[in-house]
Design a protein around this ligand. Structure first.
Ligand SMILES: Cc1cc2nc3c(=O)[nH]c(=O)nc-3n(C[C@H](O)[C@H](O)[C@H](O)COP(=O)(O)OP(=O)(O)OC[C@H]3O[C@@H](n4cnc5c(N)ncnc54)[C@H](O)[C@@H]3O)c2cc1C
Length: 417
């Protein structure tokens, strides 16, 4: 079911509060809400709150900026992510999963890739059009002063939403940083070659026994390739270099430039960052809101711990946070995010260690390539792991097991050289 956020308009008789800062000092307006960070979570929150009639400041110093990201819009929740056609870089035609010499390539209909600089800027503009004021300042100071927040010593707001990304200022201020053992390290290259086809590839088992994957994402005019593994995993960079050189033989001539075997030289620009990836579901028990404040998106740790998808929860989480502020009780956010997407988070945190185990991978791929189960994989790529899909899987599993015994494969399964 698509998440529904009901819009209520603020009654017009509620004026923005004002604050007289003392004799001879300027009158400082107290806005209803300050949102720190103008990524998908923050811009969505600022837009939602402005549309509901709250006076809103949206702080982000970094525009224009390109956030390190694969830019794959999660299929689950695509309808709430507000990515219009002109923000879409390309539409994926298939998703493939490769492991131990087998590649399962599944056609997809609804997958979209965005360029983060364009899409994020679009979301920021939507927030501004809705009435939010963009303050191009980095937030470095935050104080509680009575019932208001004092930001950078000069802006005042009644409520605050922290959406400044993984281990940003607000996360550290309210809850402390997410420990390294609960982070993915994600890094890669923008490789300046136009993709031959719009296939999204996940390569599993590149570092045997480790939790994570390599990816190759198609973009309009380049590939986005990278790794995503538990922070500190040895061999991540080497695994990515191996993939790059095997797929596109060549060498770096300078940082950011790559000479292909054909003699052509293309951009190959490095990017990287961390992604929350809770390795223990208990971390999701910790409240991410309190007296006058809420954290949303990566700042709240709201990313799927198995694969690191966070864009859907950033957008929805931002909007739900704004709804809680509109209702004058930030702690309502706990109820809202738990109703909408906590189930996915807990389940992913619980199953992450099992899924990446080589034993499970082997079983999964052995069953996945059978004619009985292959057709179900497209449901999994929609992010639907439960209900009908699970029942169908259990019904077909005995037949699939027989097909494994007889070495039967779906006709579209490829063996890698
Ligand atoms: C390499 C990589 C690949 C990824 N690929 C995917 C993918 O394909 N699909 C997917 O769903 N997810 C992906 N993710 C995760 C996704 O990028 C995040 O979940 C998402 O960006 C979170 O959005 P956000 O708004 O919470 O934070 P961010 O997008 O990080 O935005 C935070 C904003 O806060 C601003 N800011 C920071 N500090 C301050 C401050 N002190 N004051 C004011 N502003 C500040 C920053 O400038 C930034 O604009 C990837 C992550 C990485 C690192």
């Amino acid at each position: 079911m698509p998440a529904r956020v009901t819009h209520h308009r603020l009654p017009p008789e509620v004026p923005p509060l004002t604050f007289l800062a003392g004799a001879g000092r300027p009158v400082v307006e107290i806005v209803d809400l300050a949102v720190i960070g103008g990524g998908p979570a923050g811009s969505s929150a600022a837009r939602e709150s402005s549309e509901r009639g709250l006076s809103t400041l949206l702080f982000d110093h970094a525009y224009p900026r390109r956030k390190a990201c694969g830019g794959g819009l999660p299929v689950k929740g695509i309808e709430w992510m507000d990515a219009p056609e002109d923000a879409i870089e390309c539409t994926m035609t298939s998703i493939s999963f490769a492991y131990g010499g087998t590649k399962l390539k599944v056609p997809v209909k609804n997958g979209k890739m965005v360029r983060r600089d364009d899409w994020d800027y679009y979301l920021l503009r939507r927030a501004i059009e809705a009435g939010a004021t963009h303050v191009k300042e980095k937030v470095k100071q935050l104080e509680r002063d009575g019932d208001t927040w004092l930001i950078n010593g000069k802006y005042r707001s009644r409520y605050l939403i922290g959406a400044d990304g993984v281990n940003g200022f607000t996360r550290r201020h309210f809850l402390g940083p997410i420990p390294r053992e609960h982070l993915f390290a994600a890094s890669g290259y923008y490789l300046g070659l136009k993709p031959a086809e719009n296939e999204v590839e996940f390569i599993l088992g590149a570092i045997p026994g480790e939790e994570g994957y390599l990816w190759i994402f198609p973009k309009a005019d380049h590939y986005n390739i990278g790794y995503c593994y538990n922070a500190g995993t040895p061999g991540m960079k080497e695994a990515l270099e191996k993939l790059l050189h095997e797929r596109w033989p060549g060498e770096f001539t300078n940082p950011g430039r790559y000479k292909l075997a054909s003699g052509d030289e293309v951009d190959c620009i490095r990017f990287g960052s961390a992604i929350p990836s809770y390795n223990d579901p208990k971390l999701f028990d910790e409240p991410v809101s309190g007296d006058g404040w809420i954290l949303a998106g990566d700042a709240a740790g709201h990313v799927n711990p198995i694969h690191g998808e966070g864009l859907n929860h950033a957008v929805l989480g931002g909007r739900l946070a704004a709804q809680a502020v509109y209702e004058e009780d930030p702690t309502l956010f706990e109820k809202y995010w738990r109703e909408h997407y906590a189930h996915d988070m807990y389940r992913a945190a619980k199953t992450k260690h099992r899924i990446y185990r080589p034993f499970f991978m082997r079983i999964g791929f052995a069953l996945g390539r059978t004619p009985a189960v292959f057709g179900l994989l497209s449901t999994l790529t929609q992010g639907e792991y439960e209900g009908k899909a699970t029942r169908a899987f259990y019904l077909r599993a005995p037949l699939a097991a027989l097909q494994v015994l007889f070495g039967m494969r779906h006709r579209d399964v490829r063996t890698l050289a």
